[in-house]
Design a protein around this ligand. Sequence first.
Ligand SMILES: *Cc1c(COP(=O)(O)O)cnc(C)c1O
Length: 463
Amino acid sequence: MKQFLNKLSRRSFIKQNSLAGAGLVLASAGASSAFSINNNAAQKPAILGGPSAWSATKWPTWPQWNPETDEKQVLEVLRSGVWSRAQVVTQFEKEWAAALGAKRALAVVNGTNALVATINQMDIKGGDEVLVPPYTFIATVSAVLSNGAMPVFVDIDPETFQIDPAKIEAKITPRTKAIIAVHILGLPADMDRIMAIAKKHKLLVIEDACQAHLAEYNKQKVGTIGDAGCFSFQNSKNLPIGEGGAIVSNNDKFMDRCFSYTNFGNPYGTAVGSVGTGSIMQGTKLRFTEYQAAIGLAQLKRLDAQTTTRHENAEYLKSQIKDIPGIVPYKLYDNVTKGAFHLFPFRFQKAGFKNLSRDLFLKALQSEGVPCASGYATLNTQPYLKDTFESKNYKRMYPKEMLDINQYNERNKCPVNDQICNEEAVWFTQNMLLGTREDMKSIATAIEKVYAHADQIKTAAKK
Ligand SMILES: *Cc1c(COP(=O)(O)O)cnc(C)c1O
């Protein structure tokens, strides 16, 4: 503790000199008197009426767009009148596959339906089980349910927020067909261990890389390690197009089938409008448009540099906050060579903050001008599961005991995830990581201010 406080005051001193007197000295944290020259008001956290550590108006906005460099091809598409799937979509697919080092990519309407189509074309259907982490966006699980399959939750590793490989094998049954390895928050899951388990038990691996564009494991882009990878281009994602998604794989037969499935079952490569080709299989329609592809091609040009900036800023911010008691930043697996950091996660442990609640911690940080959130609710306990199990289709496909929600809940308990979701997780969004080093320091300063005044913040909230 003492060591931390010494470091804190030293760092605050450096900040004070580099941040032009922003009032960053932490007198009440026990800093030596030489550093306690700022007036008290300046040191007070914003939630107690002091000045904020950061001005919220300055965070990089999202999505980024530059009319001069980004609009030429979009305008060409708009003026051409060719708006349904044609050569710009094909160009985008080629460039996205090349960016990942994948053989093939298929652009579709969104990430959710990239997952739905992938699961469908892996022939995962009613009666099958799919292993999923509970710490993910709802779409991972709803894509399993849309195909009539049964999600089985595997608890997470609290240090990395990812599916815990050590807990996978206990959940495998004769019904298990696949593991969905979600690279949640843009941090890669432990793919070597997941692939080894999948190989041993002859399971398919679907990578939900919807938050992990250009993240790498062993220098290989995530989404290209398992049997297929799914991406989202929704507006908040690291490659934003408004809406959009892609399936990537090196398996030609699978990709041909995905094309057909998302184009009415027409044979692979069939052009839009050629109704005479007929349908070779049952399909639906999940097509991407030409203007979405043109926006995507523009966004793709900045993705690599943005990913590097996020990774570097995340590691720097981590180094700046890791010694604050009660703050436990994310850990990357040893084989991770790059994180995409769709979000910057850390665990807030209130014992280190004089039992200040996470809610108050978040409020105090927000008052400093640092946007933050507590993240996901527990996905394995929500009403959509019971609702699905009571549906006509599910009752026809599964034995009664598999659909009993109480038994299901018992089998799918994830205590680590409960703790992370309900008590500890804190997120910063990816656009903040596109800021400067000084911005990252300001985040650290804001956390330090809250840390140093945890008692006062608690007392003020009680009044
Ligand atoms: C965003 C997201 C999806 C779904 O993508 P959409 O394009 O929004 O449909 C799926 N999985 C994860 C982990 C996501 O973050």
